[in-house]
Structure formats: structure tokens, C-alpha cells
Design a protein around this ligand. Structure first.
Ligand code: A2P
Length: 276
């Protein structure tokens, strides 16, 4: 069993490049999945208040028998907790559900620009980081315009921006912006969330060439792009596949073929109007 390598963060910490996505698993399912994941070499689990499964993630962490510090646990503050004081409450409640003293990464789940609370929320995140309740702080679904404002009005640059990203939703502009500010881009729904992507003939051809599966080809694409990815599965065979992506390399021809899956700049969620 090999552990996924880590990617350095701008705050001195590091994030395992492959993590376990947990939506929409319930508490029981996720507790079992975390134990299996740890056995397979996963050290990073991604949850959120909104997923309603933080308690199960915490249970899985304890059941895994691994020392807490060997795991990287990320959660996301829900929109209802945005705001200076609400964010403090939100973190306290998440830690309680998880049964942990700290999380490795806390993200603002959505910018919700119409609510205009992500600046005050972020200032609370800075405080939570200073207090040691969270090691690294970051955002999710933030566009460059949201990040620009955040960086102008606050003092800590986010360590991570977790965005919907897959070969059909490539977010080229967002990635370039994140890179230019040393913000790690993390891909959610990296496999296309179980929709048509994995059936693309282009992926089947490449997978055949390496004796891999289409999902492994897609995850390898994320890795070669320097992204962090959190594929979701509770199926042990798929979980195993999803972390065994470090023993082959896509060549230029493969990457060009995968480029044909790109659905363009407007593909995917629009976080100026969507979110919760
Ligand atoms: P399942 O949960 O039944 O294993 P994403 O991480 O992009 O949200 O994708 C999750 C979806 O992809 C789920 O439907 C999951 O199904 C499926 N999936 C996860 N890993 C694999 C894999 N290795 N091969 C095929 N499908 C997978």
C-alpha cells in the first residue's frame, strides 16, 4: 500500500493529493468508507456541514485506529453559518460533530456574493487558524473576482480553492489565477459526478493502452495538472482504483485527446448565482 503524495500549501502545511470525497454518503456509510479508505492508503477525507455526515467521518477516523495527526480532515462551513459570529458557532458545531480538536482544512463552501458575508467569515477563519482550531483555511467555488476582493480586504491568502473541475469543466482561468497567488486548486466532482464523462470513448482508448480504467485516466489527468482531487466512492474496488494512479503517465497525445472533452468556459456551476 502506497500513500498518495502530498502537495505543499502556502502556509507551510501539505495536503494529500488524493482525498476521499464523501457526498452523498450518510453517517454509517461514510464511517465504513473512511476505515476502508485508510486501509487502502487514503489519508485525506473531505466533508462539509451540508453533507450531514461529519459525525460519520469522525467515527470513521476513530474506527480507523490511525493517530489523528496522520489524517488530513477537511470540512466546509455552510452558508447559514457565514458571518463573524456565526462562523465561530459553525466551527464549534463541526468540531463537536466530528469529535475532533481541530480540522486540517476549513473552507467557505460558497461565496454567496449576494449575501456579502464572505469577508467577515474569512476574518473569523483567520482567528480560528490563530487559535489552532484549524490548520489551513481556504475557500470553495470562489471565482477570481471573489478572491481578489478577499485578498484586498483581509490578510491571509487562502491555501486552497476547491472548485468543480474535470476534463469537461477545466476552469483554465480560475486555475491560472489560483496558481498566480499560490493557492492550490482542488477538484471536486473530479470524475464528473457519475454522469457521462467516464463513458467517453476517448478515455476508454487511453485506459486500454495502460491497462487502467477511465476513472484512473481522469484522476491521472488531475495529478499531472498539479491538482488535488477528491473522488467519491464507498465501493472498495473503486476506492482502490482511485488511489492507484501513480504508476503510469499520460503522454502528450493522451492529454491532447482528453482536451477534446472540454465543454468550454461556461461549463459547470456558476457561483455568482448558485450555492448554499
Ligand atoms: P460509486 O459511488 O457508486 O462508486 P465524483 O467523485 O466526480 O463526484 O464522482 C462520483 C461518482 O463516480 C459516483 O457515482 C461513483 O460511484 C463514481 N465512481 C467513483 N469512482 C469510480 C471508479 N473508479 N469507476 C467508476 N465510477 C466511479
Amino acid at each position: 500500500m502506497a500513500l498518495a503524495p502530498t502537495v505543499p500549501l502556502n502556509d507551510g502545511h501539505a495536503i494529500p493529493q488524493i482525498g476521499l470525497g464523501t457526498w452523498p454518503l450518510d453517517d454509517d456509510q461514510v464511517a465504513k468508507a473512511v476505515v476502508t479508505a485508510v486501509e487502502l492508503g487514503y489519508r485525506h477525507v473531505d466533508t462539509a456541514v451540508r453533507y450531514g455526515n461529519e459525525a460519520g467521518v469522525g467515527q470513521g477516523v476513530r474506527d480507523s485506529g490511525l493517530p489523528r495527526e496522520e489524517l488530513f480532515i477537511a470540512t466546509k462551513l455552510d452558508g447559514v453559518y457565514q458571518g463573524q459570529d456565526r462562523a465561530l458557532e459553525g466551527m464549534e458545531e463541526s468540531l463537536k460533530r466530528l469529535g475532533l480538536d481541530y480540522v486540517d482544512l476549513l473552507l467557505i463552501h460558497w461565496p454567496l456574493p449576494h449575501r456579502d458575508e464572505y469577508i467577515s467569515t474569512w476574518k473569523t477563519f483567520e482567528r480560528l487558524q490563530t487559535e489552532g482550531k484549524v490548520r489551513s483555511i481556504g475557500v470553495s467555488n470562489f471565482k477570481p473576482t471573489h478572491l481578489e476582493r478577499l485578498m484586498e480586504e483581509t490578510s491571509v491568502v487562502p491555501a486552497v480553492n476547491q472548485i468543480q473541475l474535470t476534463p469537461s469543466i477545466t476552469r483554465i482561468d480560475e486555475r491560472a489565477f489560483n496558481d498566480s497567488h499560490h493557492i492550490v486548486t482542488e477538484s471536486y466532482s473530479p470524475l464528473g459526478a457519475g454522469r457521462d464523462l467516464l463513458n467517453a470513448p476517448v478515455l476508454a482508448n487511453i485506459a486500454r493502452k495502460y491497462g487502467k480504467t477511465p476513472a484512473q485516466v481522469v484522476l491521472r489527468w488531475h495529478i499531472q495538472a498539479g491538482l488535488v482531487a477528491i473522488p467519491k466512492s464507498a465501493n472498495p474496488q473503486r476506492m482502490k482504483e482511485n488511489i492507484e494512479v501513480y504508476d503510469f503517465e499520460l503522454d502528450q497525445q493522451d492529454l491532447s485527446a482528453i482536451d477534446t472533452l472540454d465543454a468550454g468556459r461556461d461549463a459547470g456551476v456558476d457561483s455568482d448565482i448558485q450555492g448554499h
